[in-house]
Each structure stands twice: as structure tokens, then as C-alpha cells.
Design a protein around this ligand. Sequence first.
Ligand SMILES: C[C@@H](N)C(=O)N[C@H](C)C(=O)O
Length: 216
Amino acid sequence: MTHPLLADPEVSDLPVRECREPLVDLPDLGILCMNPDDVAGMRVRSTLGARLREAQRALPSGIRFGVAQGHRSPESQNAIIAEYSGTLRRLHPGKDETEIARLSSRFVAPIAVAPHVAGAAVDLTLIDDLGHPLWMGTEIDATPEDSDGACYFDAPGLDPDARRHRTILAEALGGQGLVNYPTEWWHWSYGDRYWAYATSAPHALYGPWPASEAAA
Ligand SMILES: C[C@@H](N)C(=O)N[C@H](C)C(=O)O
């Protein structure tokens, strides 16, 4: 089955009805954040936070979540877009900017629809009771090029441990209504446009947040 990308009109054209729900701190909900310097990245919209807490309770004993990043500033989003687009331009000198933007959205969302900027997404993995990340087949943030496609949630040819761990992740998060971005096993969201697309909701719940800063 093929899935649309965040840049595709099936997703990007969906309306947002911003519900103005605040961000919450994930550590306050008992969720481990793996990047202590990224204070903003420890926050997500409150419904997403509550759902993550419930999803963590549903994990097998001895396993917990490790969050790499939740909320992201528009500046950080734009910096990731610029860096990855530059890589793609070097790899594909014949492609025009429309094609580069679509390819880029396999790995990083266009700013206008960015789920992390809305506080509606987390990049996360599973952590064992010794504090070690479980093997998921790639590191978080492996690009399609660097991982030869193994970053895709349903990538063929994954070893059994990685497949089993991804299934555990998906059952816990999917059970709480989160949706995965199929090009990245680690990216899960709730209330953004991709969630609206995947759940056939009439509109997204969250746009860029805070609205004033994200307009740039
Ligand atoms: C850059 C990567 N970690 C990521 O966050 N990708 C998604 C699709 C995003 O930009 O929202």
C-alpha cells in the first residue's frame, strides 16, 4: 500500500481547527526524554502527552519510551529542511525544486504542515530496563538514503528483533490513537494533518504553536 507524503495535497490541503490546547512537559508524565538540552523538545500538546502516558503503560514489562523530540521551533524545522534539501540537490542534480520538496518530505515535513512545530508529534524509541534503546533496525533520524529504506516502518528485510520491537511500538501507540508517518518508524503524531488524513477526521486539531511565532 502506498501512503501520501506530508507534502502531498491529500494531507497538506486538510484544514486545521486550532483548539488552543497547551503544551505539557513529558517528564512530568513519567516519560523519559533523551536529549536533556532540548527543553522545548520535551513538550507536546496535552492530549498527546496523556495518550503517550497511557501507551507507555501498555508496553510489556521492563520497556519504556525514550523520546528524542516533541515540540520543535519553526527555525529548527527550516534548518532541517535546508540541510536535507541541500543533500538531495547534490544527489539528484536533474530534479526540479518541486521534486526536491516532495522527496524532502519523506524525511522532514514542509514548514506549513510540520507536526513537531504544532506540538503534535514525537520521535521516540523503546528503552529497556537497563536504560538501553532496543534495536529498531536503524537509528532515529536515519534518512531513506543512509538506511537504504530501512527507516520506513514497513521496510522489507528487517531482522526479526527490529520487526518485533517496531510491532511493540506500534501496538502501544496505535492503541492510543496515534498514527505513524510511514517513512519513519520513530515518528508518531496525534491531532496534526497526517493524523486527520489517516483517521479520516474532518480537520486537524493543532496547527503551528505558538501561532504567532510559527507564522514566519
Ligand atoms: C527530521 C525528522 N526527525 C522528522 O521530524 N520528520 C518529520 C516528518 C517532521 O519533520 O515532522
